[in-house]
Design a protein around this ligand. Structure first.
Ligand code: FAD
Ligand code: SF4
Length: 536
């Protein structure tokens, strides 16, 4: 039995075991989580034989929600590629596959077993981005009989607490003011203390519908063969949703692939990114979006690298194609929204996860898992999510999110769906987007008004309504667009929550002016839709 241990500066420790002195080298176990694949982290600067890296595919992670199959496979494939990369650089890595006999499937049990097996004298980990893992690791460390240490992932522009400090004493946490301060602090698109292009925000220019042009160049593919991983998940009985065609994963699993995607985006898509940011189309799933969120959220590529490359492309163009409003629109998503959402998450958790300000209680309709609905917009947005583990921001916000809110679905169920289905869904970014921005369950912390709309908006921004059996102009009648009656019913039922909200004043005034009989018919139809979602 080990009775006493103490450390020496030369990287060795003395152990007194059964009254005999043994000198054994100090060995540090360093944990790398599946979303911490940052090969440029200072941890990996120089290989050190006294540092042992540990990675594991675990049921604890595959099962906390039902994930899309591409998401589980994307994480495992990227983790495996990262472990290989570290080994090639000379680092020592223990990697437990899902079916490895030593894998207990639980983080704590795995760590304790490895600590014992390798006579570990110190434990280190990188700051987790999810509350549940942060909590779990803090608990593990509390009970460890060795020193432990937590390091920054060196990934984000801001620290977890920076947003909280920025908004201290201010009434509202508006993204725009946070974003402007980030632009100034990091000197991004700034000239002599002023925003480049003399404007902070070009959002009003970014509202075009895509009608088949400009052309979208053939997309760059990643083509990762993942047949072995599919078999592994099947063998181990891991539950999942969604589809994966031809045993090929089309998401980047290493830095080279992420850089290729970034190059393709900057070269071909950035010039139209802002213009068509809100557009939706039945034939084009990605339009001018970057598809970089998975690589960013797994930390394969850094937000700084993405922003620097976009700015560099803008500056180097010889015949100007990329205008400032395209570039600024893109920078804002990453430097603004992404960092802002992370700050909100860490400021508001853990209570945020249970907020339900509008007291919505309905079940999310079954067709969210099948795309089996007559509403063309919903069918396309869901089918694409099932096929590609992807929908762009406006599809998530103004189609599936809009419908979930209008049907007054419980935010827990909405969260579970969003957390499961998207390749980029990790709680720190999924939760404020879903519960906050999309479902207004936080009572306006993220969004100053709920993102709800009738069919009109969908018709304006997409071609979905053109081939839909419903009529986007009608509120009542068999062929009336369900979004219309649901929209007015939502305003009518939830108006007390918005009575002091200036941004809702115009819609509420229209509601009050509505003919009573018409409103009653609209509400009847909405109730029928909510009670019988499978019929629509
Ligand atoms: P692009 O349109 O090319 O944008 C570039 C990058 O900007 C994205 O890769 C992303 O990193 C960042 N970005 C853009 N908008 C946001 C935003 N609102 N919040 C944070 N980052 C943003 N994003 C996730 O990364 N994970 C999620 O789980 C997630 N869940 C969402 C749920 C809902 C209900 C909504 C409305 C949005 C959600 N988003 C989420 C934000 C956004 O939809 C995705 O980041 C984006 O669609 C990813 O595709 P892209 O890489 O092609 O993005
Ligand atoms: Fe969607 Fe309504 Fe348009 Fe059909 S008519 S696509 S349901 S918005």
């Amino acid at each position: 039995m080990i009775r006493m241990a103490h450390f020496k500066k030369n990287g060795c420790k003395k152990l007194y075991s059964n009254n005999q002195l043994k000198v054994i080298p100090m060995k540090t176990l360093r944990l790398i989580l599946g979303d911490q694949l940052n090969r440029n982290h200072s941890w990996f600067n120089t290989p050190d034989q006294n540092k042992l890296y540990f990675m594991a595919e675990m049921r604890q992670e595959t099962d906390y929600v039902t994930h899309h199959i591409q998401k589980i496979i994307g994480f495992f494939a990227a983790m495996r590629a990262f472990a290989e990369d570290l080994r090639e650089q000379g680092h020592e890595v223990i990697y437990l596959n899902l079916d490895h006999p030593d894998n207990t499937q639980d983080l704590q049990a795995n760590l304790l077993a490895q600590i014992k097996k390798h006579h570990i004298t110190q434990f280190e980990y990188l700051e987790p981005d999810e509350f549940r893992l942060d909590h779990q690791l803090k608990n593990i460390c509390k009970n460890l009989d060795l020193p432990s240490h937590c390091e920054d992932t060196e990934h984000f522009y801001t620290s977890k607490k920076e947003l909280e400090e920025f908004f201290q004493g201010k009434k509202q946490m508006i993204m725009e003011s946070f974003y402007r301060s980030m632009r100034k602090k990091h000197q991004i698109l700034m000239l002599d203390g002023k925003p480049e292009g003399d404007q902070w925000n070009f959002d009003q220019d970014n509202r075009k519908k895509w009608k088949g042009s400009p052309d979208i160049p053939a997309i760059v593919h990643c083509n990762n063969e993942v047949g072995d991983l599919i078999k592994l998940l099947k063998k181990e009985g891991v539950n999942s949703i969604g589809n994966l065609q031809n045993e090929t994963l089309d998401w980047p699993i290493n830095l080279t692939q992420a850089e290729n995607l970034l190059d393709y985006f900057c070269e071909h898509l950035l010039e139209n990114f802002g213009n068509y940011q809100d557009a939706m189309h039945t034939q084009e799933h990605f339009l001018f979006h970057s598809r970089l969120s998975f690589a960013l959220n797994t930390k394969i590529i850094s937000p700084k690298r993405v922003i620097d490359k976009a700015i560099e492309t803008y500056r180097k163009q010889t015949s100007p194609k990329i205008s400032m409003n395209q570039l600024e629109g893109f920078v804002r998503q990453i430097l603004g929204w992404r960092e802002y959402m992370r700050g909100i998450y860490w400021k508001e958790m853990p209570t945020y996860k249970n907020l339900n300000r509008l007291e919505n209680q309905n079940a999310l309709p079954d067709f969210y898992w099948t795309a089996d609905t007559k509403m063309n917009c919903m069918h396309h947005a869901i089918k694409q999510s099932l096929d590609h583990a992807y929908a762009h921001h406006i599809q998530r916000l103004m189609i599936t999110g809009n419908y979930a809110l209008l049907t007054q679905s419980h935010p827990d169920q909405v969260d579970q769906w969003y957390l499961g289905i998207y390749i980029d869904a990790i709680e720190w970014v999924e939760l404020p987007n879903t519960r906050g921005m999309s479902q207004w369950a936080d009572g306006g912390i993220v969004a100053t008004k709920p993102y709800v709309s009738s069919g009109n908006y969908i018709q304006k921004m997409s071609n979905y309504c053109d081939s839909c059996q419903y009529n986007h102009k009608k509120k009542t009648g068999e062929d009336a667009c369900p979004f219309n009656s649901l929209y007015w019913n939502f305003l009518s039922e939830k108006q007390a929550h918005f009575s002091k909200n200036n941004r809702m004043a115009m819609m509420l005034s229209l509601l009050r002016k509505m003919d009573k009989n018409e409103l009653s018919d609209i509400k009847k139809r909405a109730q029928h839709i909510m009670a019988n979602p499978q019929l629509y």
